[in-house]
Design a protein around this ligand. Structure first.
Ligand code: TEU
Ligand code: CA
Length: 534
């Protein structure tokens, strides 16, 4: 077995604008990340993933880039980034950046130039189409708008956008464009970064057949189109293989069989991926589906490629709210969920604040929300005549703002995130749920994360070991093994609000980690235990 650093890594995702504000403008910044690197190190993470901080009009919080080579003012300066990177490396932390190359901002100079005329030298960097019957070329939707086509009056053509109108898609068929992107990737890698999280990377190739789809709401037609693997292999050949870097592709709409095509070592594309079978198919916890997804991906990638484990991120409601119990069992439930993500096969990702059991939010008015996905959908549905209250209610649980509220550092004003008015309202529970409180308690969520991470780091079986689900049919409990050579771990979790008897024998095992104090063989609600074979 060959040991590889990124396979063993634990990634900590920093949504910097909500992390720590050091200059009093209400936004977190890169200097804030730098100041908190020792906190991330103390937790035990190895890699920091930073969401996009490049120059951007910020319609989609940095995912609409106007200059790939410069740092946006809210985030700070290039010097701030270089210091952050240098200090991270000194601490033994690696840093990966978000690579957003499916689209740019409509304010990117390429697009500004492209839209001036049909003959513009940059025209072909984007995707244009003539009107069909004076309308959009087809009925395709985009993620953030009712149509993926936007009419551009100057040239009477439509441009294609998988996300917001302000995020025109790049045309990857254009070779010059591709080489511009590779150059930009080398710029950051040469600066010393350790890899990329690649935004919706399987959307780069577009569907050639433009006929209408039966169900435009099932956006899978936007992804996995012919040509995608050639682009990724070229990117690997031109850029990635020349660096010791880690790549994780954000790959919606894939099954394990298709997923393997992206991460199979032999194909030289990506190292690992985020698939969205859990996030997209499980609005709330669904035990059978979850177990099935885990088994399928384990089988599908076995011996080929590497999976990733996450239950939340900056786009998906906090895990303890969405998949656990964020009320009376918040602490136990947060610990149970991390036990899952760190003991199942694949790289575990921690989304900032998860390590103290931060929860989602419920704001009363649409005006308190900032998420462009949610706001555009709200306008669309209300525009169709739906009751605004009902629409708000239906969008609230999955609003991306649930996980974007500021990091809760302490119980002072604005949770210690900023001395100004924060760009986004702080979750009112910061008085109880905050880093300072967690650091003081031995039985806190944070302390549990630390122990679990140390356990994983000192046992290769938890990284490289095989996986075996012992009770696939049980709807409240998980019990599975991870084993490598003579080392064997048994994970037992009660993912429910009720007591349950331990479902499997633990004879000849000893308990190595537990989230509650309990010596009986009745598992308490949200109890998590890890046993090791003696
Ligand atoms: O997200 C892509 C996206 O839409 C995910 O939110 C979604 O969860 C996934 O495709 C499964 O359905 C990325 C970024 O993470 C997001 O913040 C950006 O808004 C988006 O791309 C556009 O760049
Ligand atoms: Ca700031």
């Amino acid at each position: 077995m060959e040991r590889i650093w990124w396979k063993e890594a634990i990634v900590y995702q920093v949504y910097w604008r909500s992390f720590f504000d050091t200059n009093g403008d209400g936004y977190g910044d890169l200097e804030g990340v730098r100041q908190k690197l020792t906190y991330i190190k103390e937790l035990g993470a190895d890699v920091v993933w930073l969401n996009p901080f490049y120059v951007s009009p910020d319609k989609d919080n940095g995912y609409d880039i106007a200059d790939y080579y410069r740092v946006m003012e809210k985030a700070g300066t290039m010097r701030d980034f270089e210091r952050l990177l240098e200090e991270a490396h000194t601490l033994g932390l690696k840093v990966i950046l978000d690579l957003v190359v499916n689209h740019t901002s409509d304010q990117h100079p390429w697009f500004l130039e492209a839209r001036t005329s049909i003959d513009s030298p940059k025209r072909d960097y984007y995707i244009w189409h003539d009107p069909v019957d004076c309308k959009e070329p087809n009925n395709w939707r985009s993620y953030f708008a009712p149509s993926c086509w936007e009419h551009d009056a100057r040239t009477n053509q439509y441009y294609y956008h998988s996300f917001a109108v302000e995020q025109p898609d790049l045309n990857w068929e254009n070779e010059e464009l591709r080489h511009e992107i590779y150059k930009m990737m080398r710029f950051w890698l040469d600066k010393g970064i350790d890899g990329f999280r690649m935004d919706v990377i399987n959307l780069l190739a577009k569907r050639q057949d433009l006929s209408d789809v039966e169900n435009p709401y099932d956006l899978s037609y936007l992804a996995n189109n012919p040509g995608i693997h050639e682009y990724l292999q070229e990117m690997h050949e031109e850029v990635l293989r020349h660096y010791d870097c880690m790549t994780v592709g954000e790959i919606p709409f894939v099954t394990p069989t298709e997923g393997a095509l992206y991460v199979d070592d032999a194909r030289h594309e990506l190292n690992t991926l985020f698939h969205f079978q859990i996030a997209d198919e499980m609005p709330s916890w669904d035990m059978f589906r979850f177990k099935e997804i885990q088994r399928d991906w384990y089988e599908g990638l076995k011996g080929k490629g590497w999976n990733s484990q996450f239950l939340n991120n900056h786009d998906h409601t906090r895990q303890v709210t969405r998949y656990g119990n964020d009320a009376e069992h918040r602490v136990a439930s947060a610990k149970l969920l991390v036990t899952l993500t760190h003991t199942l096969p694949g790289i575990p990702y921690i989304y900032q604040g998860e390590e103290i059991g931060m929860t989602g939010v419920t704001f009363d008015s649409i005006d308190d929300y900032q998420d462009i996905a949610m706001k555009n959908r709200y306008v669309e549905e209300v525009g169709k005549g739906q009751d605004p209250k009902v629409v708000l209610e239906s969008l609230r649980l999955l609003s991306r703002d649930n996980s974007r509220t500021p990091m809760q550092w302490n119980s002072f004003r604005e949770a210690g995130f900023t001395e100004a008015v924060p760009w986004m309202t702080v979750n009112p529970n910061y008085v109880d749920v905050n880093v300072e409180a967690d650091l003081l308690r031995e039985d806190s969520v944070f302390r549990y994360y630390q122990k679990l991470i140390q356990l994983r780091k000192s046992n290769e079986a938890l990284v490289y070991g095989e996986f075996n689900d012992l009770i696939p049919k049980n709807k409240s409990l998980h019990a599975y093994e991870r084993f490598l050579g003579r080392d064997r771990f048994l994970v037992i979790l009660n993912h429910s609000d009720e007591d349950h008897l331990i479902p499997v024998s633990t004879e000849s095992y000893s308990l190595v980690l537990q989230n509650l104090v309990n010596e009986t063989d009745h598992l308490q609600p949200h109890e998590a235990r890890i046993y090791q074979k003696t």
